[in-house]
Design a protein around this ligand. Structure first.
Ligand SMILES: [Zn+2]
Ligand SMILES: [Zn+2]
Length: 149
């Protein structure tokens, strides 16, 4: 692993631990970077693993990943989609179907495998829900969609 890859993975970890996003100044301090190094990191990572959002006059780094939820109904998918098999309403924190025929666990062998591919297997369910919500446009209700514009 090169020094840069190490930094990139520390960046990812820092953002995940703080729930998926972080004030850019705080992020720089957490990673022990001076402002020049931080600027370089942002240039390198923006559009790849993070995007930058203006929030109340501050710049906030928001983690983004290729991690998605399988859009096929779990039953039809052969399991080679590379996406999580999870109930969408569960991710949004409001599944009221009982019993729900979709998966509410991130701990299945399939999901674990997918998380491993994205090096996100150590995340807790709450953080994961947060990441998925900010990553996957198909999960966003209309209200949140407008935030980015
Ligand atoms: Zn699938
Ligand atoms: Zn459900």
């Amino acid at each position: 692993m090169s020094a840069y890859e190490g930094l990139s993975s520390r960046l990812r970890t820092a953002l995940c631990v703080s729930g998926g996003s972080m004030d850019l100044d705080v992020l720089g301090r957490t990673l022990g970077l001076n402002s020049e190094q931080l600027t370089r990191l942002v240039e390198e990572e923006e559009g790849r693993s993070i995007r930058i959002r203006e929030q109340e006059g501050k710049r906030v780094a928001v983690y983004q990943s290729e991690l998605r939820v399988c859009s096929e109904r779990t039953r039809k998918c052969a399991g080679d989609c590379g996406k999580l098999h999870l109930c969408r309403y569960f991710i949004m924190g409001s599944c009221t179907r009982s019993p729900c025929k979709f998966n509410h666990s991130v701990q299945t062998p399939h999901n674990f495998q997918v998380l491993r591919q994205h090096q996100l297997e150590a995340l807790g369910t709450k953080v994961l829900q947060q990441l998925l919500l900010q990553n996957d446009p198909s999960l966003l209700p209309d209200v949140s969609m407008r935030c980015g514009s």
